[in-house]
Design a protein around this ligand. Structure first.
Ligand code: IMP
Ligand code: MG
Length: 183
């Protein structure tokens, strides 16, 4: 066991489960966007591992772009939903079919903000693909078009998700020991 793994209470989603589900999502996206001009928009930093596996599971031509955001205030385990754009897209998304690739939807505030902002740029379509979803925590409704896994209300790390910027490199999703963080 590595030091990082010692900090986990349990593994919630294994590497194999992630890869299996991402293959299914890639198939569904390939079918739904066949013949369309697809642009994947990855939300940094949490979405990078998911994007890199998801795009390899998508069989149709597509472009990728990145947007980096940070949320003001909040705590180390909760976003405030007041989002600051640290790095905007390079791509003009007007008339493009945009699919947002996100790590997790919790209260929904972050994605609600991002989708409202991107809509003002008149994409041909705007959909959301999230690896994880915590339905019990939702405060703002956001329509989720592709969801990897619904998970319970636990703070998770790994596969791109961090606690204070660490644990992103774990190749699976784990639950952090509660004594290691204070909500
Ligand atoms: P929301 O605005 O409450 O939906 O929060 C979304 C963002 O909060 C995500 O993009 C993550 O950066 C972070 N987040 C929410 N829940 C977790 C978690 O369990 N582990 C790690 N980050 C999380
Ligand atoms: Mg994030």
């Amino acid at each position: 066991m590595t030091n990082l793994e010692n900090d986990l209470a349990k593994i919630l989603i294994t590497r194999e489960q992630l890869q299996q589900r991402i293959a299914e999502l890639g198939e569904a996206i390939s079918r739904d966007y066949a013949g369309k001009d697809l642009l994947l928009v990855c939300i940094l930093k949490g979405g990078i591992l998911f994007l890199s596996d998801l795009m390899r599971a998508i069989r149709i031509p597509h472009a990728i772009d990145f947007m980096a955001i940070s949320s003001y205030g909040g705590t180390r385990t909760e976003s405030s939903g007041v989002v600051r754009i640290l790095m905007d897209l390079n791509t003009n998304i007007t008339n493009r079919n945009v699919l947002i690739v996100e790590d997790i939807v919790d209260t929904g505030r972050t994605l609600a903000y991002i989708t409202e902002m991107l809509k003002t740029r008149d994409p041909a379509s705007l959909k959301i693909c999230t690896l994880l979803n915590k339905p019990s925590r939702r405060e703002v409704h956001v329509p989720l078009d592709y969801v990897g896994f619904d998970i319970p209300n636990e703070f998770v790390v790994g596969y791109g998700l961090d606690y204070d910027e660490f644990y992103r490199n774990l190749p699976f999703i784990g639950v952090l020991k509660t004594e290691l963080y204070a909500r």
